[in-house]
Design a protein around this ligand. Structure first.
Ligand code: NDP
Length: 597
């Protein structure tokens, strides 16, 4: 078989030229916060808000966020005998991301067997290799039911303040529903991508047609449902979808099939590799599901996408494929080239090869050569979130679907009847914003609240020049509080829920230990925290989102990174090593670095 010759300098020059087109001085400020005139974009279209009396009681553990982080922590607490758990959630049910993102075609991009948390504990077999959103939402609800987490949960409720009361040794929690209750312990799992944003296109507010953000899909307008029923009300509509990230890639095929006319408005193409979804065979699964199976699978996946060390790849999804290829390239190096530079060059070779393959895929699938050319992604695969889909590129062969490529510039402006690109006006009935979520904004703005620890110190102030934690979980001066997030911990972004099932176990072990020993105040030791941060900073830092990448949320929209972000790193020896370290740490009963009083 003939191999394509790769002209590396030419490709690099093309990558840089495409990136340069997209660099803009306003970086993250180009986006519009959803507030004021745009506030209705945040309304919950899925569950009616029910009035209720304010809550003024006391619980053992209060957790902010009813997504996977809260559910996994809640489940682990209940397993450890801590059952008085209250989850506070801004949505109308559990699910977090999967509560909000119900757009047609939504599905997980990491294999369900390891992406869906607590499968073994809840006795659920995923139906497909990559489950669709309704099943993922159901798994969230199943976890809630299995562990009795619904009983005390507060939905459609936003925390506004959490304040440590040193004298009473409790946290005082206040919400937008007038609640004011106390908790011995608090946890926070507010997630990195839960605040939708709009593109800062001139005239955005002037559009008189219908519009919504993909994370608040309006099925009343489009027809169809989250299970994939045709969007039948769009048959005579002209629809534009702005954005071509991971969300758009999943919903465009559904829109293309249904809409009279569909304009897919592109600023930067996504890399779209093979999906190869398939149903899971119950007989095969019965063979897999022996006691302790999901933990073994999680570890096998984490080893395969990390530094290697597993003899086989059980999961075999797009992520393990990507990592195996890179490792194989590196391992094939002759001994004299096994240098950091040699390894980077091997990684680059593997990346050029993969991206050429993905670009060739566009040519093979898309009938119109000009459209195919515009759908090619000119950057390294990990510069932007890699996508996997078997119907996205095909959608551009639908007669009513048109790619409107903005050549990296974005939409010029929006007016009452439509939008402008390249001096041309497109009249539409509906604009769907697949414009993503706030990432580079402050933690307090995204979470919607700050927390106040010992002596009135605010977490935002304590972290003004970068986060400081012990194990990514506790912060000195904020006793009895836990952060369920991945920075300064495993930083395992490829399979986020894996972080939560492990971190949940650490939280549960600490709280159970406090209960068993009668401790009422549990704080990270300042020196232990400083040492932990020092250890983390000795590592290689973040691998994704290099500054020379095409702009996006992975690299702060191509702007100089905020110096504080250098603290948002993971355990230097990798995710699996971190999980093992924490398992030993919580099981040896010493809880080194944590002061129990
Ligand atoms: P993204 O931030 O990835 O995409 C936003 C899109 O809007 C980009 O294509 C962006 O272009 C485009 N855009 C922004 N401003 C303009 C403008 N002025 N004119 C035209 N286009 C514009 O959001 P997504 O919701 O797609 O994805 C966010 C993240 O959510 C993913 O990266 C992933 O982590 C997660 N996700 C996970 C899924 C899964 O696991 N199954 C599914 C979907 C999402 P540009 O690229 O040029 O900035």
């Amino acid at each position: 078989m003939a191999t394509r010759t790769i002209d590396k300098p030419a490709l690099l020059a093309k990558y840089h030229a495409e990136r340069d087109k997209r660099l803009r001085a306003d970086g993250n400020d180009q986006y519009v916060e959803i507030a004021g005139d745009f506030a209705h974009f945040l309304d919950d279209p899925y569950t009616p808000r029910v009035e209720r009396a304010p809550v003024t009681d006391h619980v053992r553990f209060a957790f902010v966020g009813g997504g996977f982080a809260g559910l996994c922590t809640g489940a682990r607490l209940v397993e450890a005998g801590v059952t008085d758990v209250r989850i506070i959630e801004k949505g109308g049910d559990f699910g977090g991301t999967w509560y909000w993102n119900r757009y047609p075609g939504a599905q997980c991009d990491t294999a369900s067997i390891i992406y869906l948390p607590l499968l073994e504990e809840t006795g659920h077999m995923p139906t497909e290799k990559y489950a669709h959103a309704p099943e993922i939402l159901e798994q969230s609800q199943r976890i809630g039911r299995t562990f009795g987490l619904y009983e005390k949960a507060l939905f459609h409720t936003r925390v506004t303040e959490m304040t440590w009361d040193e004298a009473a040794r409790v946290w005082v929690i206040e919400t937008d529903r007038g609640d004011r209750f106390t908790a011995d312990f608090i946890g926070m799992g507010t997630g990195p991508l839960h605040v939708p944003k709009l593109p800062g296109i001139p005239g955005l507010a002037s559009f008189k047609g219908h519009s919504f953000h993909t994370s608040r899909w309006d099925y009343d307008y489009t027809g169809g449902d989250t299970h994939g029923a045709p969007l039948d009300k769009l048959r005579d509509k002209r629809v534009a979808i702005i954005g071509t990230g991971a969300t758009s890639v999943q919903c465009v095929p559904h829109l293309a099939r249904a809409a009279g006319t569909l304009y897919v408005v592109q600023r930067t193409p996504s890399s779209v590799d093979v999906r190869a979804n398939a149903p899971i065979d119950p007989e095969w699964f019965a063979g897999v599901a022996t006691p302790g199976w999901q933990r073994r699978w999680l570890e096998n996946f984490a080893l395969n996408v990390g530094m290697g060390g597993a003899p086989d790849d059980w999961v075999q999804d797009g992520w393990t494929d990507l990592s195996r290829r890179i490792r194989a390239r590196v391992m094939a190096l002759p001994p004299e080239q096994m240098t950091p530079e040699g390894m980077i060059a091997a990684y680059e070779d593997s990346d050029f090869e993969k991206m050429e393959e993905i670009r060739a895929r566009a040519e093979t699938i898309v009938n119109d050569p000009e459209t195919a050319e515009k759908l090619k992604a000119w950057y390294r695969q990990l510069c932007k979130r890699p996508c996997f889909h078997d119907a996205y590129l095909q959608a551009f062969n639908e007669p009513g679907t048109h790619l409107v490529d903005t050549d990296g510039k974005g939409v010029e402006r929006i007016d009452e009847t439509g939008f402008w690109v390249g001096g041309k006006h497109y009249e539409v009935d509906c604009i769907i914003f697949a414009s993503g979520f706030e990432v580079g904004t402050g933690h307090t703005r995204r979470a919607g609240f700050d927390i106040t620890g010992v002596g009135g110190a605010k977490l935002s102030e304590a972290w003004a020049d970068g986060m400081r934690t012990l194990h990514g979980l506790q912060v000195h001066g904020f006793p009895n509080a836990f952060l369920v997030q991945f920075a300064q911990a495993a930083n395992f972004i490829v399979n986020v829920p894996h972080n939560w099932t492990e971190t949940g176990s650490s939280v549960a072990a600490i709280v159970a230990h406090a209960g068993a020993t009668g401790a009422t105040r549990v704080d990270a030791d300042a020196e232990a925290q400083a040492k932990w941060v020092e250890l983390l900073l000795s590592g290689p830092g973040m691998m994704i989102g290099a500054p020379d990448c095409t702009p996006g949320y992975y690299n702060n929209e191509g702007q100089e990174p905020d110096p504080a972000t250098r603290y948002a790193v993971g355990y230097p020896a990798g995710a699996v090593a971190f999980f093992k370290y924490m398992e030993r740490w919580r099981n040896d009963g010493k809880f080194e670095g944590v002061v129990f009083e």
